[in-house]
Design a protein around this ligand. Structure first.
Ligand SMILES: Cc1cc2nc3c(=O)[nH]c(=O)nc-3n(C[C@H](O)[C@H](O)[C@H](O)COP(=O)(O)OP(=O)(O)OC[C@H]3O[C@@H](n4cnc5c(N)ncnc54)[C@H](O)[C@@H]3O)c2cc1C
Length: 425
């Protein structure tokens, strides 16, 4: 790919305990800006639309793994202000199908040393994730997943109710409606700080000389002879050789600008947190039958999520009946939370495909690529998705993304993860 001269690499302070000590002695005057705020250039080798985790990770691995640095990431709002900054941060890779296990496990393993790689503390906490089995059907399903994971090299196991109680003493395993019959346990699953993931990637992209341009909405995709040539934005036209569309809940809308349709629906998914309390739970618990999940943040808040709204919308709010259903499910599972006050609630617009698997693909418009369809569970995939998407955009092929092409919908090669990803996160 021809490389127009990228911007000069930006000098960044290196974050370390020594840097903190040094700055403490000079009133913290020596820190550099974490990322630049440049005016758009006329042309880039690659434009990525969407400065969420997936867009920023794609840009980062384009630079790091493929030496492509004349890149702009265009964001209509602020970076990380979409689903990346709104999710409940669960990271796991215990999926059933081989292509899913491959990309989610690649992501999970990159999370292990992402803080060192980015020189930014993303607070990855591999505290363990358990998915409760509360029906005979779930026992069979999760045992099957544990066997599949063993073959895929993903470390999970099916554990007994007694072990569930030992790992999470605040749980009521006898349950009034659905007693806990066991769980699928991934000890190296966990959480990370969502904003930090976006900020860490943004900082590294900026350091490599890439432009992250916020408040720059893409309003049109320009093409000539079936090939993409650039975009129209709220800050003028910008040309590019390759375009990556990474806009989650707005994918259908942007695809429409590029002249193709996606098999995708946009729905609101919401989350809520309680007032902060003392540490009482050091694992992530997902209860899919009663339908709720919970973990405790470093600040002490109980972070709670439920299901998607049953109708398409773009509201970024979520409906009241879901709050009630989710809280009811969790009070049943963790009776102690009935005394907690809820602090705040918010929503995001997730992009859901029919087989509940993502799309990382070339498109009918040449040199235009799409990364979407992560639905309710794409935070965990950010590093792996960025890695694969960058490889696909740079070389035209990635083993990580091969199975996730758009053509699977016309060829009937679905990657059915509706049990692993339909409502869970
Ligand atoms: C409440 C909630 C809980 C969740 N919980 C989890 C969880 O526990 N674990 C998990 O793995 N996943 C979870 N998810 C899903 C996860 O958040 C998403 O899959 C993931 O963040 C998607 O990242 P992204 O970078 O693709 O999208 P986003 O972070 O949404 O980024 C897309 C960006 O594109 C921008 N954009 C859109 N249109 C345009 C345009 N025309 N021009 C310029 N910019 C544009 C948007 O402003 C946005 O910033 C949850 C989601 C929600 C909403």
């Amino acid at each position: 790919m021809p490389s127009e001269i990228p911007r000069m690499k930006r000098e960044m302070s290196r974050y370390s305990v020594f840097a903190v000590a040094r700055e403490a002695f000079r009133d913290h005057q020596g820190w550099t800006r974490a990322w630049g705020s440049p005016e758009p250039k006329r042309k880039y080798d690659v434009i990525i639309i969407g400065a969420g985790g997936h867009g920023l990770a794609t840009a980062y691995y384009l630079g790091k793994n493929h030496g492509i640095r004349n890149v702009a990431v265009l964001e209509k709002g602020w970076l990380g202000g979409g689903n990346t900054g709104r999710n409940t941060t669960i990271i796991r890779s215990n999926y059933l199908q081989d292509p899913s296990a491959a990309i989610y496990e690649k992501a999970r393993s990159l999370y292990e040393d992402l803080s060192q790689d980015l020189n930014y503390n993303v607070m990855f906490s591999p505290r363990g994730v358990m998915m409760l089995a509360q029906t005979e059907h779930e026992i069979r399903g999760y045992k099957r997943t544990a066997h599949a994971n063993a073959l895929q090299g993903v470390a999970t196991e099916f554990i007994s109710p007694a072990r569930v109680k030992q790992l999470c003493p605040i749980m009521e395993i006898r349950g009034p409606r659905y007693p806990v019959l066991g769980a699928l346990w991934q000890p190296r699953g966990g959480t990370a700080r969502h904003d930090a993931v976006a900020w860490g990637y943004a900082r590294k992209c900026s350091e490599m000389g890439m432009d992250i341009i916020q408040k720059c909405e893409v309003t049109g995709v320009r093409s000539q002879g079936g090939k993409v040539v650039g975009v129209t934005t709220s800050r003028g036209d910008i040309d590019c050789d390759k375009l990556g569309v990474v806009v989650a809940g707005h994918s259908g809308h942007v695809a429409d600008m590029a002249g193709f349709r996606l098999p995708i629906e946009s729905v609101a998914l919401q989350a809520l947190v309680s007032e902060p309390i003392k540490p009482c739970m050091d694992v992530v618990v997902m209860a899919n039958t009663v339908h709720g999940y919970m973990s405790q943040s470093d600040k002490g808040e109980m972070v709670i999520g439920g299901g998607t709204d049953g109708y398409n919308n773009y509201t970024q709010r979520g409906s009241f009946h879901h709050i009630e259903e989710t809280v009811r499910a969790l009070v049943e599972t963790f009776p102690m939370i009935s005394r907690l006050k809820m602090l705040r609630q918010w929503g995001g617009i997730v992009d859901v495909t029919g087989d509940r698997s993502p799309i990382l693909s070339k498109t009918p418009l040449e040199n235009c690529f799409i990364n979407c369809g992560w639905g309710t569970g794409g935070f965990k995939a950010i590093p792996g998705s960025g890695w694969g998407m960058a490889e696909l955009m740079a070389t035209g092929y990635s083993p990580l993304t091969e199975a996730f092409g758009l053509d699977r919908f016309s060829e009937g090669r679905f990657i059915d993860e509706s049990v692993a990803a339909g409502v869970a996160h």
